[in-house]
Write a protein that binds this ligand. Structure first.
Ligand code: FAD
Ligand code: UDP
Length: 370
């Protein structure tokens, strides 16, 4: 291979890399995408088991308020009308999520928004604080003690492996509180699952683009750097700089997938297990994402776990220590015009899919003058 065989070498075939690759290819650029995994698509990859699209790296539900992003993904694959409405199993009872009139009825027997408002007010006035300093105080101020202790505290501490008093409050702000009978987990205008799974979206984005799987950039970075004019790097930013300012920390997950000889195990795609006595946080029954009617079913139990270098890095730890390390890498990255750093690992940020696509399209706009 001669020097600069490509305009862009893209490290990582997740949504960031795939969107960038698609847009560069569309503009006549020569592009090669490499991925160290055995498949394309990064964390949205699905594996077909028993005719069911199994989300290999955790449940992925596409949602956005941005019509342009919605139209963008719909160019490549049709989306179904799936609406995420998880169920929570806590202390032997089922509850609807997010916190809405159904949940308030199940918890307190209140039947109208006025009754629920009074109950919520009592709870938050009694247990809340003016300026919450951590997740526990934030939750108590938002919904009070009853909901906090039933549905939040144990789930959160299991998920993050830390007391809620040591976690940042923004984690819980993601969950809406509604005085309507509405179990839609998201507030966004557009939502769904790609018909036939996420691989169709990735295949559409990467059509006509050269790709290589089982290919680790760090196996021979001098060789890969010499292949292209520019590198788009979507792996871990600390790894790129050889950990010179230290390691960034993550929270990891372990997935345990099982095929069951029944057509319907739990009647819903997502059931959360909120009690600390259960070691997993949720069970995903994949067929319900696509209203599947297959004779068997596939379920995945999701176990949170501490992260180390041998495990997948899923959630960045947004504390001061890690942000301080990240800022140093970010400054170094900003001084390297020949490398574009993007995606959740290079930006050390929890991004939903629509945000990753928006971020990749913004990078495209800054890179190419159309
Ligand atoms: P990734 O998908 O991680 O892709 C990065 C790729 O780079 C990987 O394939 C990796 O193998 C490759 N790579 C890394 N280093 C190297 C190297 N050295 N050489 C070669 N290749 C390399 N978002 C939603 O919108 N809705 C959801 O419901 C949702 N659920 C989620 C559930 C879980 C459990 C998790 C963890 C995330 C969820 N997300 C969800 C977020 C979503 O997964 C991300 O927004 C998106 O997948 C990020 O894309 P990316 O390209 O930045 O990263
Ligand atoms: N959460 C909770 N109880 C639940 C579901 C979520 O306390 O039944 C909290 C928990 O702290 C979690 C956060 O809300 O980390 C965000 O949950 P979400 O399901 O939005 O995030 P995901 O884990 O899917 O990224």
């Amino acid at each position: 291979m001669t020097k600069e065989a490509y305009d862009y070498l893209i490290v990582g075939s997740g949504l960031f890399g795939a969107v960038f690759a698609h847009e560069a290819h569309k503009r006549g650029k020569k592009v090669c995408v490499i991925d160290k995994r055995a498949h394309l698509g990064g964390n949205v990859y699905c594996k077909e088991i028993e005719g069911i699209q199994v989300h290999q790296y955790g449940a992925h539900i596409f949602h956005t308020n941005d019509e342009a992003i919605w139209n963008y993904v719909n160019q490549f694959v049709a989306f179904n009308n799936y609406i995420n409405s998880p169920i929570a199993l806590a202390k032997g009872k089922l509850y609807n999520l997010p916190f809405n009139m159904n949940t308030f009825y199940q918890l307190w027997g209140v039947k109208t928004p006025a009754e629920a408002r009074i109950k919520l007010q009592e709870e938050t006035e009694r247990y809340g604080t003016q300026s919450p300093r951590n997740l526990e105080e934030q939750a108590l101020s938002l919904v009070g003690k009853d909901i906090y202790e039933t549905l939040i505290k144990e789930y959160t501490e299991k998920q993050w492996g830390k007391p809620a008093t040591e976690l940042p409050s923004f984690i819980i702000k993601r969950l809406p509180v509604r005085l309507r009978f509405d179990n839609n987990y998201f507030n966004d205008r557009f939502q769904g699952i790609p018909v036939g799974g996420y691989n169709r979206l990735i295949d559409g984005l990467l059509a006509g683009v050269e790709t290589r799987v089982n290919t680790d950039y760090f196996a021979d970075r001098a060789y890969f750097d010499a292949l292209a004019d520019k590198v788009v790097y979507t792996g871990k930013i600390d790894e790129y700089f050889n950990y010179e300012y230290g390691h960034l920390s993550y929270r990891s997950l372990r997935f345990e997938t099982e095929v069951l000889d029944t057509d319907n195990y739990q009647g819903n795609a997502v059931v959360n297990y909120n009690d600390k006595t259960v070691p997993f946080t949720r069970i995903i029954e994949h067929k319900h994402f696509e209203f599947g009617t297959q004779p068997k079913t596939v379920i995945t139990r999701e176990y949170p776990q501490n992260w180390d270098m041998s495990k997948e890095a899923y959630y960045p730890i947004n504390d001061e220590h890690n942000q301080h390390i990240f800022k140093q890498y970010q400054t170094k990255a900003a001084a390297m015009p020949q490398v574009i750093f993007g995606g959740r690992l290079a930006e050390y940020r929890y991004y939903d899919m629509h945000q990753i696509i928006a971020s990749a399209l913004k990078t495209v706009k800054m890179t190419f003058v159309d």
